[in-house]
Design a protein around this ligand. Structure first.
Ligand code: PLP
Length: 277
């Protein structure tokens, strides 16, 4: 496969970066994951908005304009199939290892394209566990420093679960690599945006679809207690879309089957994807 690195399209095995890259030494960088359906990037303006917000939060100037990003990423797509672009920008290669920003260096820009493989068992629902949210205080930045997320996800996988649902001060934040929705007393609820969660693009699409289809919803905090009695729980992300959780901490969610609101939203999401591509 061909990848993009600092202005060039190269075979994967020829794409090389320095061991002094600050992404490698410090995790000093940010990333985006952008799905593409039928060869077209989905919600590109929203992904670029979030990319620019992440860059701004780490005080890195965007190396490219909004128009340039589309031109850089589109040649990586294979026609037809469902794929996603992984785009990473680090502060670049500095002559020596020092925490403070180096002067006069160029950011490293890397992008690759991979097929989207649907999560097996999605339509019958997955298991999740709740874990203490051990991440840092700036979770709204899509930073490449994912060690806490990795340890949390692995803990879930070790217990036969698909995702870890994170809990901070008694309230649910999001999944290790997903946002969370719950149906509580007939209302679709998701935690509000803030520094505790990543502002998911899929999350925004779902809220838009709820609004335009008269599905009652609210952006509100969800206590762990409320989650335990939820009618439905979903996890959302660009590559996995909307996953129903049918077992939480070894207890069934409602009757242990994906619920009617998920059925409806899943269908609306598929139609929305088709209409965009
Ligand atoms: N929250 C976290 C921590 C994530 O890593 C992700 C994406 O993988 C999401 C939420 C979902 O974001 P999006 O819908 O933009 O993929």
């Amino acid at each position: 496969p061909t990848v993009y690195l600092n202005g060039q399209y190269l075979p994967l095995d020829q794409a090389k970066i320095s061991v002094l890259d600050r992404g490698f030494l410090f995790g000093d960088g940010i990333y985006e994951v952008i799905p593409a359906y039928a060869g077209r990037l989905f919600r590109l303006p929203e992904h670029i908005d979030r990319l620019e917000a992440s860059l701004k939060s780490i005080r890195l100037n965007s190396p490219h304009s909004r128009e340039q990003w589309a031109g850089i990423l589109e040649p990586l797509l294979e026609p037809g199939q469902d794929q996603y672009i992984y785009l990473q920008i680090t502060r670049g290669v500095a002559p020596k290892r020092d925490h403070a920003f180096p002067e006069h260096i160029e950011p490293t820009v890397f992008a690759m394209c991979s097929p989207i493989v649907p999560l097996s068992g999605r339509d019958s629902g997955v298991k999740a566990i709740t874990l203490d949210d051990t991440r840092w205080a700036l979770c709204h930045i899509k930073a490449i420093t994912l060690l806490a997320n990795i340890l949390l996800r692995q803990n879930a996988v070790d217990q036969g679960c698909t995702e870890a649902i994170l809990v901070k001060d008694g309230y649910v934040t999001e999944g290790a690599a997903s946002n969370i929705f719950a149906v509580l007393d007939g209302i679709l609820v998701t935690p509000p945006k803030g520094e505790e969660i990543l502002p998911g693009i899929t999350r925004d699409v779902i809220l838009e679809l709820a609004r335009t289809n008269d599905i009652p919803y609210s952006e509100d905090i969800i206590s762990l207690e409320a989650l335990k009695t939820a009618d439905e729980i979903w996890l959302t992300s660009s590559t996995r879309e909307i996953i129903p959780v049918v077992e939480l901490d070894s207890e069934p969610v409602s009757d242990g089957k994906p619920g009617p609101v998920w059925q409806k939203m899943h269908q609306l999401y598929q139609e929305f994807k088709k209409a965009q591509s």
